[in-house]
Each structure stands twice: as structure tokens, then as C-alpha cells.
Write a new protein. Structure first.
Length: 400
């Protein structure tokens, strides 16, 4: 398999990671977040439902991959790591009451002479459990454990030119899936049929390149449920007069470009008519202000002032760093566009700007994923930035 990035780029990522390790006094870094594993090694498989790990040793040139025996060949094929650095554990460690993969990993670290070092672990992520830390500490009694949560995520904040190119390809898939999904919406069509149309195009991609499974499924709250942002779809038919929010992301080489749009089935109600221009004005103001040197908190302040003059407030954050990821989230968990976040924007940082507003019985989402450029910002997608109206349908289902 051809790696998605040049080997020199992986070496640079590893170098920057080790620099951060040194700053934090970490000698051995245990990485369990599959996105961080992919970022540093290239490893790409749906194996994150069992314990697996990438081990970065400060004074060793090659990482170690440790995981399930049947996944070891995948590590040999999808990474730049030497085959002898791929270490599998037997299947009796998988979901066992008596054996835990962290026991195996602790024993390996002891055997290769790292049992008394300062070890960093990603304490706060979906793939590292309290039991995992307990078993590691029990097996490595002379080691000092340090919190390395988001250490690699911070390295990922600024994208390379190749990463930006992959996000541009993901954006084209996003545009296509959004277009086809919205085209399928009309009274009587089931929500699940539109979700299927979206999924089809997210995976099929464009004639030039295919898509991949996104880290989050299509989100599609409808009618009164548009006040609830993270609902998916049902088997119910769309109803004339209702609105539907679609939030999706195209994915290419695990890089995501999310996009949200609100669709009115028939003419929009008065609330949507009033609030849509407020959201669009806020997006324009934020995008115009975004540039290197500005903080995430300052971006949020621009939005807050923009909507406040119209009498609106937003409790949730305005956006977040986005890019490489696996389920259950496409966000990078670092910079957030919200009050008090002092992350300073730099060229080739990428964010999902989602200035959504939710009320008691309805809501609106119109979002953009953007790149910070040398002098400002640019959006990845080209889909119309507006409240979408599906009205005056003829018998063929086309807008007249």
C-alpha cells in the first residue's frame, strides 16, 4: 500500500511530537487515539474497538505498534514502521475477564527496558479507559505516569499542504452529498431515504476519487426536532411546511470537511425568515475577521456582537478545529471558537464554523469549514450559503 504522505512528513510529525514530549518531561508516549496513531504512523483500520497502541520512545527512531494479533498485518501494510516493530498480542487478551491487553503492553515495556521511565498517556480520550490505566500502573510499578492528553492533537493543528489538498477533496465530496441529499427532500419521502442518498454519495465520492466513512453519521433533525442538534433520522416521511437540518462531512484519507444547511420544505416560517439573515451576517463577519494572529476567543466575540444587535445569544461554542479523525467525532479537540479560548490562528489551521441557533421548538444551522490563509480565510465548500427552500414541487420532484 502507498502511504498517503511522504515518509519525510511522518518523520517531521514524529520530530515535533518528541519536542513536545521533551518539553513535558515525557520519555515514553503511549498513544491510543486512532487519529493520532494514523497521524504519526499511517495506521488505518477499523480495529479501535479493541485496545491498541502506538508507542513513541524519546530516544528511539521508530515507533512500536502493539495491538491484536489479527490486526498486525494491517499495521505492517498501512504504516511506515519496520515489521519487527509491530508487536501483536494473542486473542485471549481480547475482551477477557482474566487477561488485559495493558498487562501485555506493560510486560513488553519492561522487557525492552522502559519500566522505570516517565510515561505519558492520553488520559482523556474515548479509547483509553480507567481500567487500562489501572492495569498499566499495576504492571509498571516503577514508572511515573504523566498526562499527555492532546499532546499529538496540538501538533496536528497546523496542516501541511498535502493535508489541505485532502481536505479540498473531502469538500468536493461534501458538496456533492449535500446537493444530492437536498434534491431528494420533498413531502412524502422518508427521512431514511434521504440519509441513504447522502451516505451513498459520501462513500462513492467523485469520478476522480472515492470517499470514506465519516467519523459522525449524517445528522438530520426535522420539524420541531430541529431544536435538538444531534438527532439523526427516522423512517417518517417529510412533511410540507417543516424544516430539516442536514449536517454532514465528506471524508478523504480520514480528513473531514463538515457542512450544515437548513432546508425549508415549502416556504419557511417567520422564525426562519427572521433568523437566517442574522446567521448569514454573522458568518460573513467572522470569516472577514479571521486571519493569522487573531485568537479563537476574538472570533467568537465578533459573532456575539453581530447577533446581539439583533437580540440573539448563543450558549454553545461557535466552532472547533477539524481535520483527521475517526468515530465518534471529526473535531480535533484543540482550538474552540468560544469565549476565552486563546488559541492564536495561524496559516493552515482549519475550523468548522457552526454558528447555529436553537430555540424551544425549532433551530437553524448554516455552517462552513474554513482554512486560515496567510492573510485571511477561505471556505472549503462551494455549496450555496443560504437557507435552502424546497418549494413549488412539480410531479417529477424538481423545483419549478
Amino acid at each position: 500500500m502507498v502511504l498517503p504522505f511522504d515518509i519525510l512528513e511522518y518523520h517531521q510529525r514524529l520530530k515535533e511530537t518528541k519536542q513536545r514530549m521533551e518539553e513535558k518531561g515525557i520519555e515514553v508516549l503511549l498513544i491510543t487515539d486512532p487519529a493520532n496513531m494514523n497521524y504519526l504512523s499511517g495506521y488505518d483500520a477499523w480495529s479501535f474497538y479493541v485496545h491498541q497502541m502506538l508507542v513513541i520512545i524519546i530516544d528511539e527512531p521508530q515507533p512500536l505498534w502493539i495491538g491484536r494479533y489479527q490486526d498486525a498485518n494491517g499495521a505492517k501494510v498501512t504504516t511506515w514502521i519496520y515489521d519487527e516493530n509491530v508487536i501483536p498480542y494473542p486473542d485471549y487478551y481480547v475482551q477477557s475477564d482474566t487477561h488485559h491487553p495493558m498487562d501485555f503492553i506493560a510486560e513488553i515495556l519492561l522487557q525492552i527496558g522502559h519500566g522505570n521511565r516517565r510515561i505519558g498517556v492520553e488520559k482523556d480520550n474515548y479509547y483509553f479507559t480507567g481500567m487500562a490505566l489501572e492495569r498499566l500502573k499495576n504492571g509498571l510499578k516503577n514508572a511515573a505516569f504523566l498526562d499527555a492528553t492532546l499532546l499529538v492533537n496540538q501538533v496536528r493543528l497546523i496542516k501541511s499542504d498535502q493535508e489541505i489538498e485532502y481536505m479540498r477533496r473531502a469538500a468536493k465530496i461534501t458538496d456533492l452529498a449535500m446537493e444530492k441529499g437536498i434534491e431528494s427532500i420533498q413531502p412524502g419521502v422518508r427521512e431514511c431515504d434521504t440519509a441513504a442518498e447522502i451516505y451513498y454519495h459520501l462513500v462513492k465520492g467523485t469520478p476522480d476519487y472515492g470517499g470514506e466513512y465519516p467519523a459522525i453519521v449524517p445528522l438530520m433533525p426535522t420539524g420541531e426536532h430541529t431544536s435538538i442538534p444531534h438527532l439523526t433520522w427516522s423512517e417518517k416521511p417529510f412533511i410540507d411546511g417543516n424544516a430539516v437540518i442536514i449536517e454532514i462531512a465528506g471524508c478523504y484519507k480520514r480528513y473531514h470537511v463538515p457542512l450544515a444547511r437548513t432546508v425549508s420544505i415549502g416556504q419557511p416560517n417567520e422564525k426562519l425568515k427572521q433568523v437566517a439573515p442574522v446567521v448569514l451576517e454573522g458568518i460573513e463577519n467572522v470569516m472577514a475577521f479571521a486571519k493569522p494572529g487573531v485568537t479563537c476567543g476574538e472570533l467568537e466575540e465578533v459573532w456575539r456582537r453581530s447577533i446581539k444587535k439583533h437580540g440573539y445569544e448563543k450558549e454553545a461554542r461557535l466552532g472547533y478545529s477539524v481535520g483527521l479523525n475517526y468515530p465518534p467525532d471529526w473535531g480535533e479537540h484543540t482550538g474552540s471558537i468560544r469565549r476565552g479560548d486563546n488559541t492564536v490562528l495561524q496559516a493552515n489551521m482549519t475550523f468548522h464554523l457552526i454558528p447555529a441557533l436553537w430555540f424551544d421548538t425549532d433551530g437553524i444551522e448554516i455552517s462552513e469549514t474554513f482554512r486560515v490563509t496567510e492573510k485571511g480565510s477561505e471556505r472549503f465548500t462551494a455549496y450555496p450559503q443560504e437557507l435552502i427552500i424546497r418549494d413549488h414541487l412539480d410531479l417529477s420532484g424538481q423545483i419549478s
